[in-house]
Design a protein around this ligand. Structure first.
Ligand SMILES: Cc1cc2nc3c(=O)[nH]c(=O)nc-3n(C[C@H](O)[C@H](O)[C@H](O)COP(=O)(O)OP(=O)(O)OC[C@H]3O[C@@H](n4cnc5c(N)ncnc54)[C@H](O)[C@@H]3O)c2cc1C
Length: 338
């Protein structure tokens, strides 16, 4: 099924709940429909591939084409001694896939419960939470190259996964549309409970078991993160800055108690953007329809009818104050469109 619509309202298609319109909106549910569309139409200069809209902010109306891959379906395609291979369409809600994997007793995705968004976007930023990352379970990514309409497959290695990163966020950003993802899940799950209070939460529920792990993750997330259905947001608005370790050390001397983590890159340290923002007094700040969440300084929120430009303006103020106080330039984690 395809839908091709002009001047289409995107409010329901972004978790910030920003009211923005797309000049053209193209939704498809089967790969061939996109291939045919690309044969018949020239791509405009401005276009964007939209998933669940949980990692983006529409700054203005979008004066171009939104490509919305709403491919449904989750099914087993293969198995070996220890694994079941599950293929899920790009349009499946990520958490629905996790729920089904748990119901069918397949291990791997349970720590990634309740992450908003669609399956098609999960490989893009290699979604991760509670000590787990999608990259450990993605077997194959199927996609369509926009320039040629060719169907391409990417093995796990070809996806070049890294921390919240992949080839789809770099060389192939906006160049391929992911249509489905094949996951290789464990028939004999091993639990990964080392992160934070996860084990304690699971123990409270009676100990290991995929459903208990999922329930524990959901309960921790619900207690910590604002629910986009109740208050518009796109999760962490800023990236945790990675700086030279000597920069981190001198900041630490001036600010004892500042969280510092070692980054994977040599000689680099990672700082907690939320802590830096909190120290500048932003937590709970509200300005009209936009604000900084009262418990999570890293999360900017839309209290109702904020515009994308208002959110961007607040983000700029936050960035400037962190730069002034700590000399650190924050970068946006969310994609700012327009
Ligand atoms: C409350 C909240 C909590 C969150 N917690 C986490 C967390 O714990 N861990 C985490 O990793 N993320 C988290 N996020 C961020 C977000 O959920 C993920 O980035 C998610 O994968 C985005 O999926 P989406 O479908 O909404 O993608 P979108 O926001 O629609 O798109 C994100 C990017 O992916 C591209 N894209 C989307 N679909 C496709 C496709 N089919 N083919 C090619 N490119 C595509 C888009 O062009 C865009 O660049 C959170 C967000 C919120 C709102």
């Amino acid at each position: 099924m395809i839908r091709l619509l002009d001047n289409y309202n995107l409010t329901a298609y972004n978790t910030f709940g920003i009211s923005a319109k797309a000049k053209t909106f193209f939704e498809f549910t089967e790969s061939d429909e996109l291939v045919f569309f690309l044969q018949e139409n020239q791509l405009p200069d401005q276009y964007f591939i939209l998933g669940g809209g949980s990692n983006l902010l529409f700054k203005n109306d979008f004066d171009g084409l939104i490509i919305y891959p709403n491919v449904p379906g989750v099914g087993e395609i293969n198995e070996d001694r220890n694994h079941i291979y599950i293929e899920a369409g790009a349009g499946v809600e990520w958490d629905e896939l996790v729920r089904l994997s748990v119901v069918y007793g397949l291990g791997g995705l349970e720590n990634l419960s309740l992450i908003p968004g669609k399956v098609g976007a999960a490989p893009v930023q290699n979604v991760g939470a509670y000590g787990a990352e999608a990259k450990d379970w993605v077997y194959l990514v199927r996609a369509i190259e926009l320039a040629t309409g060719k169907i391409i497959e990417f093995t796990n290695e070809e996806c070049r996964f890294a921390y919240r990163d992949s080839i789809f966020k770099n060389e192939l950003k906006n160049k391929v549309v992911i249509t489905s993802v094949v996951f290789r899940l464990d028939k004999f799950p091993e639990f990964n409970l080392g992160y934070g209070t996860l084990k304690a939460e699971v123990d409270k529920l009676g100990g290991g078991g995929l459903q208990n792990v999922r329930d524990a993750v959901i309960s921790i997330r619900e207690s910590k993160l604002p629910n986009p259905d109740l208050i518009g947001n796109a999760g962490s608005f800023f990236k945790n800055p990675v700086v030279d370790s000597d920069v981190a050390q001198s900041l630490l001397q001036a600010n004892p108690g500042m969280p510092v983590y070692s980054a994977s890159k040599n000689g680099k340290s990672k700082l907690a953007a939320g802590w830096l923002i909190d120290q500048c007094g932003w937590k709970g700040y509200r300005e009209g329809n936009v604000g900084v969440h009262k418990d999570q300084a890293l999360v900017l929120v839309n209290y109702g009818t904020a515009t994308g430009a208002e959110v961007v303006a607040l983000a700029e103020k936050v960035k400037q104050s962190v730069n002034k106080k700590f000399g650190i330039k924050l970068e946006s984690e969310v994609n700012i469109i327009g």
